[in-house]
Design a protein around this ligand. Structure first.
Ligand code: PLP
Length: 360
């Protein structure tokens, strides 16, 4: 049950649906697998998955068994592909919850064959330049031929992952695409769905679209280069929980890392690093109140932080925007990521389950 909470993540489903249909318009006949790993990039797993299913997305991508089970529990019935390497003790549940999963070595294939009598739908993962999980093309080919002879395997997919596709005309990406395309020419992959493109692939490498695409960050509204019609659907918001007037020369928060220069007004915002709002934002980040930017004052605490609003007015209960737009103001996710010395993906994923996701 969701109870009232003063900090929340708001998802604009209209914008999210627009992002998905914009991607559709770019990929022609390719199928659309939406990655929803890590709580749908922090957007909220079940809510995003339901919206995607209703919008006609063909498949959802998760990182691990647990996320797939959660989706089935939420009533999701479209195909779900588990990207990560599987572990022996997960095999029975992968099949029980009707999840498609990746085979990335013959060892893993043997483990599955030993455990299962019923058929499972698998995707062969091929190494083309990421050096993460996946078999080298020659080995993959041999295993594909072997899988086809084994009764427990239904080989439905073959895929690889691009390491540098955020850059246009990148030689590594081009080489990966070539390697992969050469492999899937083989007759054993006839009728097997080939997929390679992440967000960067969808944007910069149409030749990587193949049978299915897997754009994540772009679908949530953050393409690495602007794409018309695609925009964020995510905002992080809170409500002022406290107001006070502080005299000049007063230290604020743990370690008194911030000292007021003059008599000023200070408000408290009920979110902290315990929610995944990074402590690195202490006296670097800002927030929006009434559409205007104000600086974070002092160190971010586990559950709250303070903001110096100078001589401006603000009342307890008023809305604070930490990521997103308010009036004419905007705090983009990219700004927060830069201040934390990281990438947008990480900022989104770290915002944890204590913050409710509200779908509007
Ligand atoms: C995360 C992931 C994606 C999506 O990547 P984006 O950069 O968010 O588009 C696609 N494929 C696999 C295998 C992934 O793990």
């Amino acid at each position: 049950m969701q109870t009232a909470h003063p900090t929340w993540i708001e998802i604009d489903l209209k914008q999210f649906r627009q992002n998905m249909s914009r991607i559709r318009s770019m990929i022609g006949k390719s199928r659309f697998c939406l990655p929803v790993k890590a709580n749908a990039y922090g957007h909220g797993l079940a809510g995003i998955a339901k919206a995607a299913q209703e919008a006609g997305v063909d498949c959802l991508g998760v990182s691990c068994l647990q996320e797939g089970v959660q989706l089935r529990g939420a009533g999701i019935s479209i195909p779900i592909l588990v990207f990560g390497a599987i572990h022996e003790d997960q095999i029975e549940d992968l099949v029980k919850y009707d999840l498609e999963f990746s085979i990335s070595s013959s060892l893993k294939a043997d483990l599955v064959a030993k455990k299962l009598s019923r058929k499972c739908r698998v995707h062969l993962e091929v190494e083309t330049g990421m050096q993460r999980t996946g078999m080298r093309p020659q080995t993959a080919l041999a295993l594909a031929q072997h899988l086809k002879t084994m009764p427990c395997f239904d080989l439905v997919g073959v895929y690889s992952h691009l390491a540098t596709a955020d850059r246009k005309a990148d030689p590594v990406a081009i080489a990966q695409i070539q390697t992969f395309k050469a492999l899937i020419q083989h007759p054993v992959f006839h009728q097997v769905s080939a997929h390679l493109a992440n967000s960067g692939g969808v944007i910069h490498y149409p030749e990587s679209h193949l049978d299915m695409v897997r754009p994540g960050l772009m679908a949530y509204g953050y393409p690495s280069t602007p794409v018309e019609g695609i925009a964020p659907c995510f905002s992080l918001k809170s409500k002022i929980s406290y107001f006070k007037v502080v005299e000049a020369g007063v230290g604020i928060g743990y370690g008194h890392q911030y000292t007021t220069r003059q008599r000023t007004r200070v408000v408290t915002v009920p979110i902290g690093y315990g929610d995944g709002y990074r402590r690195a934002l202490s006296h670097r980040g800002s927030v929006l109140i009434r559409g205007k930017r104000f600086p974070i004052a002092g160190a971010i605490c586990m559950d709250q932080f303070m903001v110096d609003i100078g001589q401006h007015e603000a009342f307890v209960g008023e809305e604070v925007v930490l990521i997103g737009k308010q009036g004419h103001g905007e705090i983009p996710l990219t700004e927060i990521a830069a201040l934390c010395d990281t990438i947008p993906y990480e900022v989104l994923c770290l915002l944890n389950g204590r913050i409710p996701r509200i779908f509007i």
